[in-house]
Write a new protein. Structure first.
Length: 229
């Protein structure tokens, strides 16, 4: 007498298998609305854990909040331009109107205080009360940002001053044909709309019959400009 075989039963009774699968799937789906996802890493530890208890005490003492959202804004030419700053100001103003947001803890160009010392006097004032209207006001805002170490790396990237200059290098090498192709390029973004680039194409190889080797005498330098409108 042969024993029970699940594989044989499935082959002999396909309708039963499909029916049972549908019933189990529906039962599992019925439980989904009651499922809850906990993304708080603190709950990975027991509530009595010393680390968690200490953290809860610090949050209670200093009035900290469990949830924090960081919004990063990038721009090819840097964020210090009128259009991007206007958008940042609008986004910040909209965030402040969201119910439950701790307005006093929202840190942005238009909400953060700029603390400076001049001739022994401490000055505290808003960093950006309104969007800069011309190049002079933009330069003044840039100076305030990068002269204050509390801002660099917190509300603005320390690489901002170098984002208008881009260096790139593309290289390809074939170990089978022993030939290569190298393309260095330096690009400069003069404004949000205008950019220029200077680069070259260098070919070479051990034999002149290979893909890149046959172009060994075709090295060249190129220059291009781009204007977006």
């Amino acid at each position: 007498m042969r024993g029970f075989s699940l594989v044989r039963f499935s082959v002999d009774h396909p309708r039963w298998v499909v029916a049972v699968t549908v019933v189990v799937s529906l039962a599992a789906m019925a439980a989904l609305p009651r499922a809850r996802t906990d993304t708080n890493p603190k709950n990975m530890l027991p509530a009595t854990s010393q680390v968690r208890v200490s953290n809860d005490a610090v949050e209670k003492t200093f009035g900290l909040y469990e949830d924090m959202i960081v919004v990063g804004i990038s721009h090819d030419g840097g964020v210090l331009n009128r259009e991007t700053l206007a958008r940042i100001q609008r986004i910040t103003a909209s965030i402040l109107t969201i119910p439950g947001v701790a307005a006093r803890d929202v840190a942005g160009f238009s909400t953060i205080d700029n603390v400076t010392v001049e001739e022994g006097t401490l000055h505290v004032g808003p960093l950006m009360t309104e969007v800069p209207r011309d190049a002079g006001e933009l330069a003044a805002l840039r100076k305030q940002l990068f002269d204050n170490p509390a801002f660099v790396g917190r509300i603005i990237s320390q690489l901002l001053e170098y984002q208008t200059l881009k260096l790139s290098l593309f290289a390809a090498y074939s170990p089978t044909d022993v030939d290569y192709f190298v393309q260095p390029e330096i690009a400069y973004k003069a404004t949000d709309a205008l950019s220029v680039a200077l680069g070259g194409n260098v070919f070479g190889g051990r034999e002149e019959t290979t893909f890149f080797g046959q172009l060994a005498r075709n090295d060249n330098v190129y220059c291009n400009g781009r204007f977006d409108f």
